[in-house]
Design a protein around this ligand. Structure first.
Ligand SMILES: NC(=O)C1=CN([C@@H]2O[C@H](COP(=O)(O)OP(=O)(O)OC[C@H]3O[C@@H](n4cnc5c(N)ncnc54)[C@H](OP(=O)(O)O)[C@@H]3O)[C@@H](O)[C@H]2O)C=CC1
Ligand SMILES: C=C(O[C@H]1[C@H](O)[C@@H](CO)O[C@H](OP(=O)(O)OP(=O)(O)OC[C@H]2O[C@@H](n3ccc(=O)[nH]c3=O)[C@H](O)[C@@H]2O)[C@@H]1NC(C)=O)C(=O)O
Length: 285
């Protein structure tokens, strides 16, 4: 396994915040996972691709385990199933599916996520989600020091929620996905179309971590923020995106604390004006 001391996580969080941690570990196999997590008292902070996190501190006197760039094997099982490890980047997984003329993963060409993060959060967009493709997930339970398999029906997926969110000590190791045989041109066309539509609406030119808030029941976040005239509202180097007000962008060397102050301010204004208590979707670390 790769291990680094005093490691700057800037390249491992999509806001590109500078945050140094005491140690960063990049597991490469199941035994590395057991070594890292078998002692429940030795707390570690888990990151996938770092696309949905806010690193609120400049320094962490803590150990991070990063599932990105390693533990990222993908293999075809039979004709139309794919087995992949937690560190697989979903974009690469969608490209693997295309190369094998398999359909189902096209939207993940542009949903920033590791496979592990996608399972934990039930990643998706436009009405599609990962739940629909999953057969089963293999995970590590530090309470019992065992690797277990859970079938999709037992994961209890909900909107941005799952068994793994409710049990954050469980480590997602691998997932088996069911795809369908497709036509390469059609798969590629859907990948390109999804990407184009998302880039047109989202501020992909700046570091960001997707939607800041969950959709409150029966409402959208963007229109409320727009109505309050908060597009472009900034704290330090962090700003409510002018392109999509459900996003915060790092436009000028923001700190995690800038993002948190901006979130508090937006939350308070939305609460005052609409009586809606916005729930932050991104993980504050
Ligand atoms: N729809 C969109 O456009 C966008 C969606 N997103 C979503 O955000 C998520 C980002 O994923 P990713 O970057 O990989 O995750 P992150 O690195 O952002 O990690 C988020 C949390 O997921 C948990 N986690 C990640 N990997 C594992 C694992 N192997 N085992 C157990 N827990 C894990 C950890 O929480 P804990 O320790 O509490 O379990 C971690 O704090 C995806 O679900 C993605 O869909 C992000 C940006 C845009
Ligand atoms: C980006 C993420 O996922 C996104 C996902 O890409 C999109 C599309 O499926 O739907 C959710 O966003 P969202 O609720 O903001 O949906 P969008 O379709 O972008 O916008 C909803 C509505 O708000 C309006 N809107 C959007 C932005 C804006 O500045 N102003 C505005 O009025 C849009 O016109 C649309 O009518 C997901 N977010 C959540 C928290 O559910 C993420 O999870 O990080």
């Amino acid at each position: 396994m790769k291990a680094f001391s005093n490691f700057n996580l800037r390249e491992y969080n999509s806001y590109r915040l500078s945050a140094v941690c005491r140690n960063a570990y990049f597991p490469e196999c199941d035994e590395d996972i057991r070594t890292l997590f078998s002692d429940p008292n030795a707390k570690k902070i888990v990151l996938g691709g770092g696309y949905n996190i806010i690193l609120s501190q400049d320094y962490y006197d803590a150990d991070f385990v990063v599932f990105s760039g390693t533990y990222n094997n993908i293999s075809l099982v039979g004709e139309d199933k794919v087995l992949c490890q937690a560190g697989v980047d979903m974009k690469e997984l969608s490209e693997f599916a295309l190369a094998n003329e398999l359909t189902g993963l096209e939207i993940y060409y542009d949903i920033p996520s590791s496979l592990g993060g996608a399972v934990v959060m039930n990643a998706g967009a436009g009405g599609e989600d990962i739940k629909a493709l999953l057969i089963e997930v293999y995970y590590y339970d530090p309470n019992t020091d065992t690797f277990n398999t859970i079938s999709v029906s037992d994961i209890n997926f909900e909107y941005r929620n799952s068994f793994f969110q409710k049990n954050p000590e469980m480590i997602v190791c691998r997932a088996l996905l069911q795809l369908k045989t497709g036509n390469a041109d059609e798969i590629k066309a859907k990948m390109d179309k999804t990407k184009e539509a998302r880039w047109a609406k989202q501020p992909r030119e700046f570091p960001n971590a997707g939607s800041v808030f969950k959709r409150p029941p029966g409402r959208f976040v963007g229109p409320m923020i727009d109505e309050l005239g908060l597009k472009g509202f900034a704290v330090g180097g962090a700003k409510v995106s002018e392109k999509h007000s459900g996003f915060i962008i790092n436009y000028a060397d923001a700190k995690g604390s800038d993002i948190l102050s901006l979130i508090s301010s937006v939350k308070a204004k939305v609460q005052d004006a609409f009586g809606v208590d916005l729930e932050v979707e991104q993980r504050v670390i």
